[in-house]
Design a binder for this molecule. Structure first.
Ligand code: BJW
Ligand code: ZN
Length: 251
């Protein structure tokens, strides 16, 4: 007969231990910084990028849709794709992971996500490394920008101030990250006691380098992902963010 203790030893003891250890470390930390990617919003119905079945890059060429050259070649294709994603976002709601993060006013949130689900879960001061999909800006950077209605975003159009094409205010491949956001993020990561890395494949730089910045600053790196993805993590918890993040952060 397999006793309960033996079953635990064979299957669940180590993950439960790791979850408890991570919970304790988070409870004792003075400074917790979250660093999230597309997996945080996956359970809200927002597709990820690199997952084999449903990720955007499994079906679309990233350089056609998310690079300055792709936009120059076919601006309508790019705007239509972002508008499709805006429509998905307009119908989405924050999931339990967003709510657990947003409910902790003591956390600093750094995200690669361009969605507004952390803000809608009451998180304040979210650092968006790769921009914000709910804003359009002038492609020539004349300074003109405006918020768009996610449910009814405008078609491809020109900047009312200078006539250059308007584009989503996101960061494409080959583009620099917003200076101030990057500076604030590196300072926050360097000073963190714990970096809680949620739902990122950690392959896109310089964003993924924040994990090393935090680690070198002495932070404990706790990762939550469907699969271990961050080689620099001290603790890797595998499972859905919507289940694990509330268990880590809620009392
Ligand atoms: C779950 C889950 C659940 C699922 N629960 N988990 C150094 C080395 C190598 C390359 C470079 C380098 N430095 C720069 C580069 C080039 C490039 C780069 O990194 N390329 C690599 C991919 C090879 N970087 C850049 O170009 C950056 N700019 C730059 O470096 O500027 C300096 C410069 C200037 C001039 C010339 C040259 C350099 C800009 C990067 C911009 C990224 N843009 C995108 C799209 C735009 C935004 C948008 O439309 O949304 O940002 S690409 C895409 O990837 C998007 C994401 O923010 C980003 C990261 O993806 P993320 O979030 O990690 O998602 P996935 O899908 O990859 O992973 C999801 C994870 O969730 C998986 O692990 C799942 O298991 C997990 N998961 N469900 C928990 N329920
Ligand atoms: Zn302009």
């Amino acid at each position: 007969m397999v006793t309960r203790a033996k079953r635990n030893n064979a299957t669940s003891l180590r993950p439960v231990d790791e979850l408890e250890t991570a919970r304790r470390i988070l409870a004792e930390a003075d400074s917790i910084v979250s660093f999230s990617g597309a997996g945080l919003s996956a359970e809200s119905g927002i597709p990820t990028f690199r997952e084999a079945q449903h990720g955007y890059w499994a079906k679309h060429d990233p350089y056609r849709l998310a690079s300055p050259d792709g936009f120059a070649a076919d601006p309508k294709l790019v705007v239509d794709w972002y508008n499709h994603r805006r429509n998905i976002l307009s119908a989405a709601v924050p999931n339990p992971a967003h709510r657990a993060l947003g409910g902790r006013s003591d956390l600093i949130h750094i995200t690669q996500n361009v969605d507004n689900l952390l803000e809608r879960a009451r998180a304040s001061a979210v650092l968006h490394l790769h921009g914000r999909i709910w804003i359009d800006r002038c492609n020539r950077s004349c300074g003109y920008e405006e918020a768009v209605d996610l449910a009814a975003p405008p078609d491809r159009r020109d900047c009312p101030r200078c006539g250059s094409p308007m584009r989503p205010a996101v960061v494409w491949f080959g583009e620099s990250l917003p200076d101030a956001v990057w500076r604030e993020s590196t300072v926050a990561a360097a000073n963190a006691d714990v970096l809680l890395v949620v739902g990122t494949s950690a392959v896109v730089y310089p964003a993924a380098g924040l994990i090393d910045v935090a680690r070198q600053g002495g932070a404990v790196i706790v990762e939550v992902n469907l699969e271990a993805a961050s080689p620099g993590a001290h603790i890797s918890l595998t499972g859905p963010a919507g289940e694990l993040v509330p268990r880590l952060l809620n009392p």
